[in-house]
Design a protein around this ligand. Structure first.
Ligand code: ZN
Ligand code: ZN
Length: 137
């Protein structure tokens, strides 16, 4: 009997395709850029891609950059807490880092102001070292 090709990719399979695409590109991608990358691999339905992205974000394998409306692969799997991102406006490079103390202080300041934080986004926009050098020349 000929082996039937699966019509749909399984969820873990979809997730892996997306993470691999984000890692390969190494820069933030919008959902539509992700779809563009994965069309030929059979992943082209936006709701499917959005669901996969939500799973990846929940699992800490990808992050959403609010100011760019784009997604990046997490470089530090298994981290807890809020990550901060430095985003280069020149080349699109994103550096992820963890500033637990700053996050704690922001949280404490919010509590003091009578505010309960449900989500925290820390995004710094500027220029990476390479772009900064290019401008200076
Ligand atoms: Zn991360
Ligand atoms: Zn740059």
């Amino acid at each position: 009997m000929p082996k039937k090709l699966p019509k749909r990719r399984s969820a873990p399979d979809q997730d892996k395709l997306i993470v691999d695409a984000l890692r390969d590109v190494g820069k933030p991608l919008s959902a539509y850029e992700i779809i563009d990358h994965l069309k030929e691999k059979g992943l082209s339905a936006p709701p499917t891609v959005y669901r996969a992205l939500n799973r990846l974000i929940e699992d800490g394998l990808a992050h959403r950059l609010e100011s760019l409306n784009a997604f990046v692969a997490c470089r530090h799997p298994h981290h807890k807490g809020t990550a901060a991102f430095a985003i280069c406006d020149g080349c699109g490079l994103v550096r992820e880092f963890h500033e637990a103390e700053s996050v704690r202080r922001l949280d404490a300041a919010a509590v003091e102001a009578g505010f309960t934080v449900k989500e925290m986004t820390i995004e710094l926009r500027g220029r990476c070292k390479d772009c900064e050098v290019t401008v200076a020349r």
